[in-house]
Design a protein around this ligand. Structure first.
Ligand code: GLN
Length: 384
């Protein structure tokens, strides 16, 4: 169809997200897909039965705007048991139509035109565009290229009277680092006595390796009182396509977030909420996840031991960074294209997670795949 209208773009420099681009190329070249942080295996059949049973029992209409009561109760109980914070299910817990929706609702509700929002690059690709859509300015601080840790002195220097929010993400997508207690102390000191809101993307909260403890903002009362914590059932229950997430925030912040949530999606899927409320009754459904993914990480690392890639440590999340620059001076995007075409393995170039396209010769591999896919993917990567 032809239109005489021209849309005046709000995001003129933004194209289609890298996950869609790489996914299409992977399909075109019939490549194994180690790119997206999405499992290629089935969830627990009990969870699927839970959804089907809820549908048959008639739970097919709008859920309450903030989420079903039993699910909000179960989430509040989980966060109190695991992290110690008490959130009122009535006013401080909201069920979302995905963690992505939560990021959007929180930023849109709390960030005003002219505000500045600090975040760290490389980063998940939605943060900066959402900030820009509010007429606010995203301030990217680069993680160290050696170990991808936050340089808190740089954060301190970047804070201005306009700083409204700092977005943090641990376990971190795409670098697989996790916050230490020292990070928490610096974040607390920098935000103390300010009106800065912390937006904490904790979607990999249950995927932390080698006995480390997830540093939720909900573990620290001083941080929790200025934080919006966003998380996702998709990552924890192998159902990223179901699009159900949740967030915790003090009532003063949540009241504003709900105003956006109610007009964007109104409510999240009803039958899924019933199934997740039942699933949460069994804590092993999320407590076993770190071990499950640690075995997958170890399998991929073992299978890539004899490859030419240098693997960076993966402390949590679904991801592993692999360095290729010592054996190829191709750009990371060209290298990824060659892997898809010649080796039939799809990965993500790390430059896609930088607004300025910083290329450090690294690719991101996702090990949220069945073991056969990981073994075959590694075999193909060893041939490079
Ligand atoms: N969070 C997932 C990843 O980083 C997928 C995100 C998406 O496809 N939008 O791979």
């Amino acid at each position: 169809m032809q239109s005489a209208l021209q849309a005046r773009s709000k995001l003129p420099d933004v194209g289609t997200t890298i996950f869609t681009v790489i996914g299409q190329l992977a399909a075109q070249y019939d490549a194994l897909n180690l790119s997206q942080g999405a499992p290629n295996f089935l969830p627990d059949p009990k969870l699927i039965d839970g959804v089907a049973n809820a549908m048959r029992a008639g739970h097919n209409q709008y859920a309450p705007m903030a989420g079903t009561g039993p699910l909000r109760d179960a989430l509040a109980a989980k966060v109190e048991t695991l992290y110690g914070a008490r959130y009122d299910p009535a006013s401080e817990v909201t069920v979302l139509a995905s963690a992505s929706e939560g990021l959007y609702s929180a930023i849109s509700a709390l960030v005003h035109p002219g505000d500045e929002v600090i975040y760290f690059e490389p980063s998940f690709d939605s943060y900066a565009p959402i900030v820009r859509l509010q007429g606010a300015t995203p301030i990217a601080i680069k993680l160290s290229l050696d170990d991808f840790r936050v340089n808190w002195d740089e954060v301190s220097a970047a804070i201005t009277p306009k700083t409204r929010m700092i977005i943090v993400n641990s376990p971190h997508n795409p670098t697989a680092t996790v916050f230490s207690h020292a990070d928490i102390e610096r974040l607390s000191a920098l935000t103390r006595d300010t009106d800065i809101v912390i937006l904490s993307d904790e979607v990999y909260e249950h995927v932390v390796f080698d006995g480390a403890k997830h540093q939720s903002m909900a573990c620290y009362p001083e941080l929790a009182e200025r934080s919006v914590i966003v998380s996702s059932f998709g990552k924890s229950y192998h159902v990223t396509g179901w699009r159900v997430g949740y967030c915790f925030a003090p009532a003063e912040l949540m009241v504003e977030i709900r105003k956006v949530h109610q007009f964007m999606v109104f409510s999240a899927d009803t039958p899924m909420q019933h199934a997740f409320a039942d699933a949460l009754a069994d804590p092993s459904s999320y407590l076993d996840l770190s071990g499950f993914y640690q075995r997958k990480r170890d399998l991929l690392v073992r299978e890539l031991r004899d490859s030419r890639f240098e693997l960076l440590p993966s402390e949590g999340s679904f991801f592993l960074l692999a360095r290729f620059r010592h054996f190829s001076d191709e750009s990371d995007s060209d290298f990824v294209l060659r892997l898809i075409r010649d080796a039939q393995v799809a990965t993500i170039p790390l430059s896609a997670f930088y607004t300025d396209g910083t290329d450090s010769g690294l690719i991101r591999l996702s090990f949220s795949k069945d073991d056969d896919t990981l073994i075959e993917g590694a075999r193909r990567l060893r041939a490079i």
